[in-house]
Design a protein around this ligand. Structure first.
Ligand SMILES: [Zn+2]
Length: 373
């Protein structure tokens, strides 16, 4: 592609593709999306998915081309366990993972549910080990080793998930994960910016250090507390992380998890990396999941929102130019087959307002009409 920044589908900045900008990128050859909507996403206040809803969401994620689905934590309840069993039995193309604490019995439940892999969590910071788990650091370490070995014995792909990793002293963090990797077992390590308190530069630095030290695949799990979750996730990928953990439209506690749509579209349009997600289904999937979650679609945002003003067009003497948008189309919603957007209420409303203004139906001081939804 001669001009990857300007195709028949998008038009972004050529600066993104300057060799001097890209020279330090170290993307993994096959970046994968690990969706955590059914586990971390469901931790958003007042969001509860029923068993059959979880199965329906899993089918949608599979159709979307998501590589992995974290179906839940079977130890939480019989309902959760049943839903995970149902999802694992669907025979999806997506790999189904379960989530467990560092307790060997929970690993067995994940295995019995039919999952291919397990994500095993442990707090990486002393204060969470003490205050959230009520454990000593020694107990946490022993439990991590025992649980990861149990996962290996069960034949599960084992992802060791370090909660709050970014609020740990770096050398201490490296020592902890190295000990678990050598005395226990891990196929991959997740660095979790659980409180969303890290910067893209810092995430990149830590990912590089961990890969150098462990020589294991690294996964990245971020939150949006400072609005940097997407940037942090992509920064980790530029440093060699190979899996991005995301949720549909950023469902998740506090400010939310990282929206899958934004990561996928940014990688595709701004970095030239197609991770294999069927982008034309992104908005449909978002609407489906948000509807089941009883969460309203945000009015503004990059892709899944009702408003598309970021993609608006401005006129210039030489014709139309695309001001700030990423989608190159003759009118905002016309590329719906690619982006999956249904319609654009903002643009249609604004156009209607302009027409009204030109016809004198509105006073110059009046505002465009408010729209519901
Ligand atoms: Zn999380």
């Amino acid at each position: 592609m001669d001009q990857p920044w300007k195709t028949d589908k998008w038009y972004v900045s050529p600066f993104c593709f300057l060799p001097e900008v890209r020279k330090n990128y170290n993307f993994a050859p096959n970046i994968r999306i690990h969706d955590v909507t059914l586990r971390d996403g469901e931790q958003q206040t007042a969001v509860v998915f029923r068993r059959e809803e979880k199965v329906a969401i899993a089918r949608k994620l599979d159709a979307l081309g998501v590589h992995r689905i974290e179906a839940g934590m079977p130890a939480v309840s019989d309902q959760d366990k049943a839903a995970i069993q149902d999802i694992a039995a669907l025979g999806l193309t997506s790999e189904v993972f379960g989530f467990a604490r560092c307790i060997p019995d929970e690993i067995k439940v994940v295995k019995a549910a039919g999952c291919k892999g397990v994500v095993i969590e442990i707090p990486a910071s002393d204060h969470l080990i003490r205050n959230a788990y009520g454990w000593t650091v020694d107990r946490a370490m022993k439990s991590s080793i025992d649980a990861t070995l149990a996962a290996k014995e069960a034949g599960l792909y084992t992802v060791f998930f370090t909660i709050d990793a970014t609020r740990t002293e770096l050398n201490r963090f490296l020592e902890i994960v190295e000990q678990v990797a050598t005395e226990g077992h891990m196929d991959a390590l997740t660095i979790a910016d659980s409180m969303g308190g890290c910067t893209p530069d810092a995430v990149r630095h830590v990912v590089k250090k961990v890969i150098e030290r462990l020589k294991k695949p690294v996964e990245i799990h971020c939150h949006q507390d400072f609005g940097l979750g997407v940037a942090n996730t992509i920064s980790a990928l530029t440093a060699g992380a190979s899996v991005a953990q995301t949720t549909v439209t950023g469902l998740g506690e506090r400010a939310g998890n990282v929206p899958m749509e934004d990561v996928v579209m940014s990688l595709l349009c701004l970095y030239g990396i197609d991770v294999g997600i069927h982008t034309e289904k992104l908005c449909e999937t978002s609407r489906f999941v948000l509807d089941l979650a009883r969460v309203s679609v945000p009015r503004t945002g990059p892709l899944s929102a009702t408003s598309c003003t970021r993609w608006s067009r401005a006129s210039s003497p030489g014709g139309s130019v695309w001001r700030a948008g990423i989608i190159r189309s003759s009118s905002c919603p016309s590329r719906r087959s690619w982006s999956g957007r249904n319609r654009c209420r903002s643009c249609s409303g604004r156009t209607a307002a302009r027409r009204q203004s030109r016809s004198g139906a509105r006073s110059s001081a009046s505002r465009p009409p408010r729209r519901s939804g």
